[in-house]
Design a protein around this ligand. Sequence first.
Ligand SMILES: Cc1cc2nc3c(=O)[nH]c(=O)nc-3n(C[C@H](O)[C@H](O)[C@H](O)COP(=O)(O)OP(=O)(O)OC[C@H]3O[C@@H](n4cnc5c(N)ncnc54)[C@H](O)[C@@H]3O)c2cc1C
Length: 506
Amino acid sequence: MAEDEREHVRVAIVGSGFGGLGAAARLRREGVTDFVVLERAGSVGGTWRDNTYPGCACDVPSHLYSFSFAPHADWPRTFSGQEHIRAYLEQVTDRFGLRPHLRLDTEVKRMRWDSARLCWEIETSGGRLCADVVVSATGPLSDPKVPDVPGIGTFPGKVFHSARWDHDYDLRGKRVAMVGTGASAIQIVPAIQPEVEHLTLFQRTPPWVLPRVDRDISDVERRLHRTLPFTAKLRRGLLWGIREVQVQAFTKYPSGLGPVERMAERNIARAVKDPALRARLTPDYRIGCKRILLSNTYYPALARENVDVLASGLAEIDGSTLVAADGSTAEVDAIVFGTGFHVTDMPIAERVVGADGRTLAQAWAETGMRSLRGASAAGFPNWLTIIGPNTGLGNSSMILMIESQLNYMADFVRQLDVLGGRAALDARPEAVQAWNDRVQERMKRTVWNTGGCTSWYLDANGRNTTVWPGTTTEFRSATRRVDLAEYEVLRVRGRDSDDTKVEVGA
Ligand SMILES: Cc1cc2nc3c(=O)[nH]c(=O)nc-3n(C[C@H](O)[C@H](O)[C@H](O)COP(=O)(O)OP(=O)(O)OC[C@H]3O[C@@H](n4cnc5c(N)ncnc54)[C@H](O)[C@@H]3O)c2cc1C
């Protein structure tokens, strides 16, 4: 196909989780209809489509973990399970008329900035297209990370990652190893413990776990929310406000978190009577440094007779024998890796080639991930990330951050319209630097950097490139508008692209 005949769209959104669907709904509400949503899977839902492991549920109450512009009065539980959140995202897709924009089973392989035409050339598994603007919503926790354990090839049994659960494999009566103690693992352990013959937990670092105040939402409450929608708003507001106050302890006063640690220690003591096991399960770092997990069933499950907790990471595999770093061993039939995701090495960054011919991964190789207001990287014009660098939260709903980034995206597209003609916005390196310096300065005091743990919030060089060191209100106000002074405006002049000029200047 000749270049000029290639399909052209105003905006290409990559991914159809909360970020991608939110961006699509927002564009439609802004009156932009010339866009596509490119999704590698066969259906929408992102995280909540891929994670189907037993016990999978959200750690944030549903009335807060949902779009403010698409309230749902009928959440069945305070903390909804995966299937309900996935169904909600399907409803959002229909409610905002997003189906015609979806390109499912379409994986983005490569995106290259065309400096002459000021557009992104996108190569997908379903063909090529070009887009004026790319909104990358490929998710922070989307590509599973499986450690390359020596000898894994010799293991004769079943192996899978928590985010790719094999429902055809029956765990009943099997000896199972759970590797990892993150948010997924602590939901999986109590869900499978009653079924398996034996469960061995490989624990490199114990998490802090607080009780989960979870219950059915009554018919009365649901009816109230349906008939008087402001009551659902009020509920959301309360859930949000509590977390806005709580986050101050994480960002400014980590030394004040001692009483919360005592509460978490009581949670262990209530369920675990064996002092040796209690000691193994008690963290030696400040609470909040790693994500605080919520469960009423994790510790009771670990105290059962068919469970062993090895306080050491999985170091080696020799046939069906798993060897921990401290030398202890376990014979197992199946291994479940709850070992997290590629977070600080975002896979999409390898596939995006910017104005100077370098990939985003190469551009970030020395500095770590960094973007202006979590959205724009210098040298990658008209390319916005949803849940970009330093936009993660340790204690509240990611949907709040996503909605802030949608505001920024909407204003970005509006600004391009105002500029008229063919124009592009490229974040100025000094603006990215200034933003990043501010974020890192604030990060110094936070529990994530001072709490004495290593976590997936930190990159290979110990930099925190994932978490937002403030309140969601502060991020909302920082992303309300695009400040053109922070961007170079690129323009194409002339009708024929072969004799176009790119003019740089604000
Ligand atoms: C088990 C689990 C529990 C969680 N619980 C919470 C919680 O309690 N509270 C909270 O705030 N957050 C939680 N999160 C974080 C959660 O990821 C975010 O809240 C949110 O769902 C992210 O949405 P997203 O759209 O950015 O990414 P995702 O939902 O990950 O969607 C990304 C989409 O991009 C697609 N994609 C990726 N690469 C490509 C490509 N190259 N081409 C085409 N498509 C591509 C993927 O297939 C996927 O559909 C949890 C995450 C996990 C994994």
